[in-house]
Ligand binder design. Structure first.
Ligand code: IPE
Ligand code: MG
Length: 237
């Protein structure tokens, strides 16, 4: 079955190593890397992709040096600042966010929620920022939500099914991932949308994220287009 590429997810890895190679601070790599997200919104749209999700900060990234964490916490404020939100409006991009609410600074949360609010009526590409996101934390949050909404759960366990679980994940408004691209040479998913990627094709690339180009994206998409996705079934006759 040929499945249209509807949801592309990017694990944009390699910012720090890229910066080090040119004798710059790791934070410079993050700055360049985060600016590139906008270019990829345009490329994604050109390829008729409806959902683009980018992994910008994981629940494990808090383990980095404080200076780097502080810089990364400022990323949403920078990419969604007043002047820069125009880009998303002009390109009809709706901003979405998945992640934990409780740990990020109030000003960062405000920048994310303001960007969501301002772009909520756009109906082009949906750009989801995974920020302080991790699959295990998402699942923990999901279970708590279910119990809160269904206090009598013990009396009717059958109400727990995959639909209920999906509806209580941070990703409830977006479809499962079709293609994941991870740059930077590592070949793992790092706790990123583990359930939502359960049938995703995974494309690993050795280039550091700041070097990953539109041409590289095209290669990844043609790889995806050649794959026969069976979803547990068998090949088409
Ligand atoms: C990815 O680049 C960006 C974030 C996780 C925020 P890295 O910071 O992981 O870069 P490397 O892997 O150290 O080069
Ligand atoms: Mg890394």
């Amino acid at each position: 079955m040929k499945e249209k590429l509807e949801h592309l997810a990017l694990i944009l890895d390699g910012n720090g190593r890229w910066a080090k190679k040119i004798n710059q601070a790791r934070t410079y790599g993050h700055q360049v890397g985060m600016e590139k997200i906008k270019d990829f919104c345009i490329y994604a749209h050109k390829h008729e992709i409806k959902f683009l999700t980018v992994f910008t900060f994981s629940t494990e990234n808090w383990n980095r040096p404080q200076k780097e964490v502080d810089f990364l916490m400022e990323v949403p404020n920078k990419i969604f600042s007043d002047g820069k939100i125009d880009f998303f409006m002009e390109n009809n991009i709706k901003i979405n966010w998945i992640g934990r609410e409780s740990k990020i600074p109030a000003s960062t949360l405000k920048a994310i929620l303001d960007a969501k609010e301002k772009t909520k009526n756009n109906n082009g590409l949906v750009l989801t920022i995974a920020f302080d996101y991790g699959s295990w934390e998402e699942l923990t949050h999901c279970f708590k939500q279910i119990v809160l909404k269904q206090p009598k759960l013990k009396e009717n366990l059958d109400i727990i099914d995959d639909v209920l679980i999906k509806n209580n994940l941070y990703t409830k408004d977006i479809p499962n991932v079709d293609l994941v691209i991870r740059t930077g040479g590592e070949t793992r998913l790092s706790n990123f949308m583990m359930l939502q990627c359960s049938y995703a094709e995974i494309y690993f690339n050795k280039k550091m994220w700041p070097d990953f180009s539109q041409k590289d994206l095209k290669k990844a998409i043609s790889y995806y287009n050649k794959v026969n996705r069976r979803f547990g079934g068998i090949a088409d006759e």
